[in-house]
Ligand binder design. Structure first.
Ligand code: SF4
Length: 495
């Protein structure tokens, strides 16, 4: 059976498709850090809807607030009064390692010999199992079931402690994708993995600085974009401004920026990896129209993620663009629903067809990707029942035939509809009149510095070793607990 990607509503990805893998924000030297972080996290909500948290330093003490749910649900009322200060970090979570439960909501805090540390992470550490095993053999007690907590144990590790710069020593040992933000009482740090898999940008706000997963957060905060944090770079933000340090050289195989950030994950008003997401997606749609032309009457996007590729397709082909599907924005997050049956019914409720836009017409439907296959299958059925004469499917990336190990929650190979199937077989399975994918070269033609990207989910060739990868729930002690109560957690950690 094939089920498919569902793009926007926070479903359990093991029922649905690729999901974002968290967003991070850090601020230094800004008025009311808590409210600034709130605005930044709000802009990054698309990267994770399971939980949110922030840590703010008033210069001596780290205050925190975190919980399960959306940013607007976790930070309510007078939350900012509990979090005084001008320094802080924040996080929105989608779980890729560790179950969806309160204890795994970031930032994580710990007290080391030299005081308090707080960390927040976007990405996936492929050697987390190995490192965790090493620390547990030494007697370390882990508080969460995530890969991210490893960094706190490294920072507390006496082996590193004697080193002049133990943060860099710790980061250098990590393998996989990471954009880390780290808070101390008097400064913050931000670091990006040597391959640059996940995005991380630096901005200026008044006399202070901001770091965020995407530039849409800088825009929301009112910060001016300065530059991206470079792969393998650790930056320190304190009273002396921005200090840049390197913890890794350029990898032998080169960089591996996640191309799915451009295709699907990032917000269209962001620039990621130095390139406008809006411009990239419309360019992809134009290339798709040239590579996979279609004799049709209307171009219909699958909202929201297929909209810009469909727009580009329409511009290039001259076929009119129509909103044949309308999205229901009030459906809620289905990951908290207890059964697969309730999740499935929410999928059906999410998009409504507009019969007037498609009846009697030859429709070309454009989506960003097909993962498991059943959502597009359902939507083709909906279009036919609404009177579409023909339904042709055009996909704004190559067939997705391999899993991702770097922080995107793809299903395993067996559940990917394109694995082991030709386009003709996928077409027959989905019930379309034709299916056409963008080629890998076509995708690369829309990218600046296309050699700096990871294409692993299309090619099976990954930027770093995946032999020690652990599955999402491998670090659970007693199995996943998807339904833990949602509540706020406030607190302070004394310096
Ligand atoms: S395998 Fe695919 S989703 Fe994962 S980092 Fe590479 S391009 Fe992104």
């Amino acid at each position: 059976m094939c089920i498919s990607k569902d793009s926007e509503d926070g479903q359990d990805s093991h029922q649905q498709g690729p999901r974002e893998a968290c967003g991070v924000v850090a601020v230094y030297g800004v008025d009311n850090a808590a409210l600034t972080l709130y605005n930044g996290l709000f802009a990054l909500q698309h990267r994770g809807q399971e939980g949110a948290g922030m840590v703010v330093s008033d210069g001596k003490i780290l205050h925190y607030c975190k919980g399960m749910g959306l940013v607007s649900e976790v930070f309510t009322g007078d939350f900012a009064e509990h979090l005084p200060g001008r320094i802080g970090i924040g996080h929105v979570r989608y779980s890729t390692t560790g179950a969806s439960k309160t204890v795994n909501v970031q930032p994580f805090l710990a007290e080391c010999r030299d005081g308090m540390w707080a960390i927040a992470h976007n990405g996936n550490l492929v050697n987390a199992g190995e490192l965790r095993d090493r620390y547990q053999k030494q007697g370390a007690i882990f508080q969460t079931t995530t890969d991210s907590e490893i960094l706190l144990h490294q920072l507390a590790d006496p082996t590193y402690f004697g080193q002049r710069d133990r943060i860099r020593a710790a980061l250098a040992e990590l393998c996989g994708s990471f954009a880390f933000v780290i808070a101390r009482p008097h400064c913050v740090y931000a670091a990006r993995d040597p391959w640059g898999i996940r995005p991380l940008s630096l901005g200026r706000l008044g006399k202070g600085h901001v770091v965020a997963s995407e530039t849409c957060a800088l825009q929301q905060i009112g910060a001016e974009y300065v530059r991206d944090v470079n792969p393998g770079e650790l930056i320190k933000l304190d009273e002396n401004g921005v200090k840049s340090l390197r913890f890794a050289d350029v990898p032998v195989g080169g960089y591996g920026q996640c191309v799915f950030e451009q295709i699907y994950f990032a917000r269209p008003n962001s620039h990621v990896f130095g390139q406008s997401v809006y411009a990239t997606r419309t360019a992809i749609g134009r290339t798709l129209a040239r590579e996979q032309p279609c004799d049709a009457d209307v171009v219909v996007p699958i909202p929201d993620s297929g909209v810009l590729a469909a727009l580009g397709f329409s511009h290039e082909s001259g076929i009119p663009f129509e909103l044949g599907f309308i999205r229901n924005h009030y459906i809620g997050r289905t990951f908290i629903m207890p059964s697969q049956k309730s999740r499935s019914s929410s999928v059906d409720l999410k998009l409504a067809v507009v019969p007037e836009a498609v009846a009697g017409r030859r429709v070309v439907v454009v989506d960003d990707s097909i993962i498991r296959g059943n959502t597009i299958q359902k939507r083709i059925g909906v279009l036919r029942r609404a009177g579409a004469r023909e339904v042709h499917v055009r996909i704004a990336c190559p067939p997705t035939r391999h899993p991702c190990y770097f922080g995107i929650d793809f299903p395993e190979t067996n559940d990917l509809v394109a694995a082991g199937r030709t386009e003709e077989q996928i077409c027959a399975l989905c019930g379309a009149d034709s299916v056409g994918y963008l080629s890998l070269d076509g995708l690369k033609s829309a990218l600046e510095n296309s050699g700096h990207y990871c294409y692993g989910c299309f090619t099976g060739r990954y930027v770093c070793g995946t032999e020690h990868v652990v599955c999402k729930h491998a670090l659970e002690r007693s199995g996943p607990d998807q339904l833990e109560d949602r509540h706020h957690r406030y607190g302070v950690m004394m310096q």
